[in-house]
Design a protein around this ligand. Structure first.
Ligand SMILES: Cc1ncc(COP(=O)(O)O)c(C=O)c1O
Length: 424
């Protein structure tokens, strides 16, 4: 019956708007035949896709379970409670807000709740791994609040410069000490952050958007175990959930966080997304997901090792999580934009990436970023990543001689289509 509903809905779409329908089919094929290495992407659970296109899309639910502004909430309250309770259990949190529409709004909600304009936040330098929503100068947050930056030590394997963190914290007394990243291939020592924050009376916030799934399965450190005030994570990357965010916190922050999300920052939560988050949290608690998380990390290790064997220089000299940053300029004299474009021509999708203290501009940076979550979801293992490392090497190194690679594009397509593509 479900199949027929889905098929009926697709048939409506095809009749109504062939341009959009054809783009959808094109995207499905791109995903099926390609090698998806973008570190922040994944293939959502089929249950998630089912809920995103479900009746919950139609419902307005401003407020929180038991305290809504509109009637008809008997089922939305159930799913939001389930999502909150499961998220709390997974991350050992005292409070969970599951309504953030995205990673950006989850972070903004914390800034707005605890900072006045001009207040300082100490976070990771963007080229060393930090994220746009951690106060990049081009973001609105970067204009409202005063973001200060700590770096990693490049020639010490990319460890955090703890002396600098402490120095900046003591001198500037930030209201929030922020850690977390989108391009830092190492685990973090949250106890050290907490120690420094306590010294200067700062709140502690970790944005673990990229690694939430590996924390959920206890393969990486959990900032809440170290006594952090807030942990934020997107749900669509490592956890294969819907696009959205979670705020996990200590109980004392519950009221302030909830009212910062609604009515402070957002209107009606997307209840289709909240329902999908509830089921994602259930899936993340399974043994299968634990095995998956372990495989993602193993695959990243082997991909990093193979690339280094081929002579590529990796930021921090390897990886402790799911992501890898190759300094393509140092490795082969090719910038990240050209590297991304070359790989794209063969159906291998990556993204250009700034490297620490990058001398090149952001749109033509010195590296590319790769990640293993999406392909691991498709069932790829270490032996498959060895093959992918060889392809990346040959494409980037033989760029002056692409004619010699004439059969490679179709080899990649044939390889890729052998693997499952959940939900599509
Ligand atoms: C560390 C981190 N925080 C926040 C975000 C923002 O998430 P969204 O794209 O859902 O706004 C991202 C997304 O890439 C991220 O990597």
């Amino acid at each position: 019956m479900l199949d027929s509903v889905l098929e009926k809905n697709r048939a409506y779409l095809q009749n109504t708007d062939s341009a959009v329908f054809n783009a959808l089919v094109g995207e499905e094929k791109r995903q099926r035949y390609g090698i998806e290495l973008i570190a922040s992407e994944n293939f959502a659970f089929p249950e998630v896709l089912a809920l995103l296109g479900s009746a919950f899309t139609n419902k307005y639910s401003e407020g929180y379970p038991g305290r809504r502004y509109y009637g008809g909430q008997e089922f939305t309250d159930i799913i939001e409670e389930l999502a909150r309770e499961r998220a709390k259990k997974i991350f050992r949190a005292e409070h969970a807000n599951v309504q953030p529409l995205s990673g950006s709004s989850m972070n903004q909600a914390i800034y707005h709740a605890y900072l006045e304009p001009g207040d300082s936040v100490l976070g990771m330098e963007l080229s060393h791994g930090g994220h746009l929503t951690h106060g990049a100068p081009v973001s609105h947050m970067g204009k409202i609040y005063n973001f200060l930056r700590y770096k990693t030590i490049i020639d010490k394997g990319g460890v955090i410069d703890w002396d600098q963190v402490e120095d900046l914290a003591v001198k500037n007394k930030p209201k929030i000490l922020l850690c977390g990243h989108s391009s830092y291939p190492k685990d973090l020592d949250y106890k050290k952050f907490k120690f420094i924050a306590d010294k200067v009376g700062a709140l502690t916030m970790a944005d673990v958007s990229h690694i939430g799934g590996w924390i959920a399965t206890n393969h990486l450190n959990n900032p809440l175990d170290a006594g952090f005030d807030f942990m934020t994570t997107t749900t669509h990357k490592s956890m294969r959930g819907p696009r959205g965010g979670l705020i996990l916190s200590r109980k004392e922050h519950a009221k302030k966080i909830d009212s910062s999300i609604f009515p402070g920052l957002q209107g009606g939560p997307h209840m289709n997304q909240v329902a999908a988050t509830a089921v994602t949290m259930k899936k993340v608690l399974t043994r299968e997901f634990n095995d998956y998380a372990l495989m993602v990390l193993k695959n990243a290790k082997i991909l990093a090792e193979e690339l280094m064997t081929e002579g590529f220089e990796l930021v921090t000299g390897g990886t402790e999580n799911h992501l890898i940053v190759i300094d393509t300029v140092k490795s082969i004299g090719l910038d990240g934009k050209k590297s991304e474009e070359l790989l794209d021509e063969f159906g291998i999708t990556t993204n250009k990436q700034v490297v620490p203290d990058d001398p090149n501009p952001p749109l033509r940076p010195s590296g590319i970023r790769l990640g293993t979550p999406a392909l691991t979801t498709r069932g790829m293992e270490e032996k498959d990543f060895k093959i992918i490392a060889k392809w990346i090497t040959v494409i980037l190194k033989e760029r002056e001689n692409l004619n010699s690679l004439s059969g490679l594009k179709s080899d990649i397509k044939t390889f890729s289509e052998k693997f499952i593509l959940p939900g599509i």
